[in-house]
Design a binder for this molecule. Structure first.
Ligand code: KJ1
Length: 334
């Protein structure tokens, strides 16, 4: 079949909705042609992204014989945005993934992949619901074990070791949510986050400080995506009521809730027994490959790979990414 990347409203896939633990999720679903699916692969996007972020992987995995299920995550696109922050915790989102999987495989298993926040989530699904996963992979996001002690993000940053996470202080606050509202602003924001730069060296984002709100109007079009693709992102983000970034930014507002949920697990040595794949992106300035040192202590069946791409490796280094995922899946399923 045609393995070129999905375009908006692509006839090769179905766009549908599913009710999950009382929340409605918007989904993209692809079925393999002319055969029953070997397995179901679910793909979880990150920030600031959508199910469309996996556009290069979906047809490729379908051509390998997989059913591919790609939800728009809580707070994004046509998926619900509940008021209660607890519903954005990684534990609650993990329960949603499990329930969503039931719609497709009943009590069976899935292969789960994530990128960015989606990567953080898939490792948590592996902690909370290991029986659901035949295998799990993450692109860019390393596994970090639950911590027995609480350290506020402000203190983590102040200690200096994780200065490249300084942007999270900005994102969890009200500034970006308030400033980026409406189609025009969202277009500038997404274009910048996807790498658009200005003629005088302006850019949208720094890992230390976050979104450079004053620079956004000055940025040229990102070469990472077409006008049609950017329009599609804006259209999807505009499905949310203002402030449209509230849902996506809520993922940065649950750190304490996540720690409370997970601290009990931290008592014992955490080990993920299913096959795992971690693909680092060499040029990711936020999720640095070095953060993944030591991951194998928590997963005996870890496969590692690295691609020559930025944070947006799913599209920017799609061929390399697909090759690593494909090779790993073939090895897994014999
Ligand atoms: C990235 C980048 C690039 C060590 C595990 C931590 C898990 C937390 C996951 C956090 C994910 C996150 O904040 N992702 C946002 C935004 C945008 C933009 C650029 N132009 O360089």
């Amino acid at each position: 079949m045609d393995t070129r990347k999905l375009v908006p409203n692509d006839p090769r896939v179905k766009y549908t909705k599913a009710s999950v633990n009382g929340r409605v999720y918007q989904l993209t679903v692809g079925e393999p042609q002319a055969m029953a699916a070997i397995e179901t692969v679910m793909l979880i996007h990150g920030f600031p992204d959508s199910s469309f972020g996996w556009r290069c992987q979906v047809p490729y995995l379908m051509s390998m014989g997989f059913r591919v299920v790609v939800p728009d995550m809580l707070g994004y696109s046509g998926t619900d945005r509940p008021e209660d922050l607890h519903q954005f915790s990684l534990k609650s989102l993990s329960a949603d993934i499990k329930e969503l999987a039931r719609h497709f495989v009943g009590d069976g298993q899935i292969i789960l992949g994530g990128h960015d926040w989606g990567g953080a989530l898939v490792w948590r699904v592996a902690l909370w619901h290991p029986e659901l996963l035949k295998a799990v992979f993450s692109i860019c996001t390393p596994f970090v074990a639950p911590s027995p002690s609480w350290i506020a993000l402000e203190d983590v940053i102040a200690m200096g070791k994780y200065s490249n996470f300084g942007y999270q202080l900005q994102l969890k606050g009200p500034e970006v949510e308030n400033a980026i509202q409406g189609a025009g602003k969202l277009r500038q924001f997404l274009n910048g986050m996807f790498g658009g730069v200005g003629s005088n060296g302006e850019f949208a984002f720094t890992p230390e400080k976050g979104v450079q709100l004053d620079s956004l109007p000055k940025l040229k079009r990102s070469r990472l995506l077409s006008d049609e693709e950017l329009d599609h992102y804006v259209e999807q983000y505009m499905k949310q009521d203002a402030p449209q970034l509230r849902g996506p930014l809520n993922w940065y507002r649950t750190r304490k809730i996540n720690w409370e949920d997970e601290m009990l697990l931290a008592d014992s040595h955490v080990s993920l027994e299913m096959p795992t794949l971690f693909i680092a992106a060499k040029k990711d300035s936020v999720l640095l490959p070095s953060l993944s040192v030591g991951m194998e202590r928590h997963m005996p069946k870890l496969t590692r790979a690295e691609v020559n791409g930025s944070h947006w490796a799913l599209t920017g280094a799609s061929e390399e990414v697909n090759e690593h995922i494909g090779k790993w899946l073939n090895g897994l399923l014999g």
